[in-house]
Design a protein around this ligand. Structure first.
Ligand code: ACO
Length: 373
């Protein structure tokens, strides 16, 4: 039950994408595709692809660190880390725990949340609920994906669409009105087979199943397209009404970045100018749960968001799942920190790193001595 007078504000944000950019022309060297087809059908121009040694957790840690810096928060004050991802480093341990350790957030709980491309909206909604309910004060929400690792790179109908990256926000409790005002989440499991990555315990991972592409992404593009346009319209309208607002009060919609044509259809259905729907998918492709926070960070950097603006985050994807959050943006442009504040944060990060190293050494040594005993 939400506590009266308690709000959940976004106080920090950060993003990280791999440095390796792969253009449509690059893909046309290895697949029967073309820059013209991909641009015209999707709006994507390039995507970032994780290099060897780069994983969902490592990208998420970079994004999370930036978000914590922006919020000027010591990682040790975090209560919870939620990682929205459908491409975790492992099935176990969960990626959020790897991130929690990597950030030195030693007092935080951590869990993964997998609702594919709706994951970030689900995670923000859960985090806001936990804060408004009085359970937690400070939560780090990260959307992070290594989509390139679950692609069938010979299937041109899917592999050209996706990319890798991570985006993060810090949510904090406050008695100041604003922040996440409303959320609407939904699911239709009967459409699960429309968009799936078969990796899991149901499908044995054998040389044959991998060679047949059964463990890679499969999508019914046209069905997903229809679902996405319908849901963007419905979920945006519903969450706006839940917050007691009109569509005309929305300053910017930050949708899941799947396809420019989906965004154009949604703009028509919502009767709003296309300029009020933010898009950066030409840069990153579809990064699933990372796409909304990556778009939020770019929109902020471009000065598209001001304090007091009403934003809608709207996501749709595998499950099938969908979700929308209405956020009253309460913080202005990036705060500037003094040299001494920056030095303090640098020191704090180093100390957290050393503590983590000692902790893990201690665990290894005690494991070794138990082994001998
Ligand atoms: N390059 C060139 N030709 C291609 C490519 C490609 N990369 N991919 C498909 N084609 C060809 C097909 O083989 C087909 O050729 P044919 O007519 O000779 O058989 C033709 O293009 C049309 O293919 P369709 O799949 O029917 O094309 P469609 O109009 O459905 O567009 C697209 C495909 C862009 C994927 C579209 O369906 C779409 O955007 N769907 C939504 C997908 C989406 O947004 N998914 C993510 C949402 S959820 C999430 O993010 C996880």
């Amino acid at each position: 039950m939400p506590q009266i007078g308690r709000y959940a504000h976004i106080t920090g944000w950060g993003a990280h994408v791999p440095s390796r950019a792969v253009t449509n022309d690059d893909l046309s060297q290895i697949l029967p595709t073309s820059d013209a087809w991909i641009r015209q059908m999707t709006g994507i121009v390039e995507r970032r692809i994780a290099e060897e040694g780069e994983y969902t957790s490592t990208m998420a840690i970079q994004a999370g660190r930036q978000a914590l810096k922006m919020a000027n928060l010591d990682p040790l004050t975090l209560d919870l880390v939620i990682c929205a991802t459908s491409t975790p480093d492992y099935l176990m341990p969960n990626t959020a725990s790897l991130i929690q350790d990597g950030l030195g957030a030693g007092k935080a709980a951590a869990f993964d949340l997998n609702t594919a491309c709706s994951g970030f909206v689900y995670a923000v909604s859960v985090a806001a609920g936990l804060i408004k309910g009085g359970l937690y004060e400070r939560i780090l929400v990260i959307g992070a994906e290594s989509m390139s690792r679950v692609m069938n790179w010979s299937d041109r109908s899917t592999c050209v669409l996706f990319g890798d990256g991570a985006g993060a926000v810090v949510l904090e409790a406050s008695d100041r009105p604003g922040g996440v005002l409303a959320s609407k989440l939904g699911s239709d499991g009967s459409g699960g087979d429309q968009l799936m990555v078969g990796l899991g315990t149901r499908l044995p991972i054998t040389e044959d199943s991998v060679a047949r592409g059964e463990t890679a992404m499969k999508m019914n593009g046209q069905q997903v397209f229809r679902f996405a346009t319908r849901i963007m319209n419905e979920a945006t309208r519903e969450v706006t009404a839940m917050a007691g607002l009109q569509l005309g009060d929305i300053d910017l919609i930050i949708p899941h970045q799947a396809n420019t044509r989906i965004l154009e259809v949604a703009a028509k259905q919502l009767s709003i100018p296309p300029g009020r729907i933010y898009a950066n998918l030409h840069r990153y492709g579809n990064t699933s749960a990372a796409s909304i926070p990556l778009a939020l960070v770019d929109a902020l950097a471009e000065g598209r968001i001001r304090a007091g603006d009403h934003l809608v985050f709207v996501g749709f994807g595998g499950g099938l799942t969908w979700g929308a959050c209405l956020v009253e943006w309460s913080y202005g442009p990036r705060r500037h920190w003094s040299v001494s504040q920056r030095a303090w944060r640098w020191m704090r990060d180093r100390v957290a790193g050393v503590k983590r190293g000692l902790h893990s050494l201690d665990r290894r040594l005690s494991g070794a001595s138990r082994g001998k005993g």
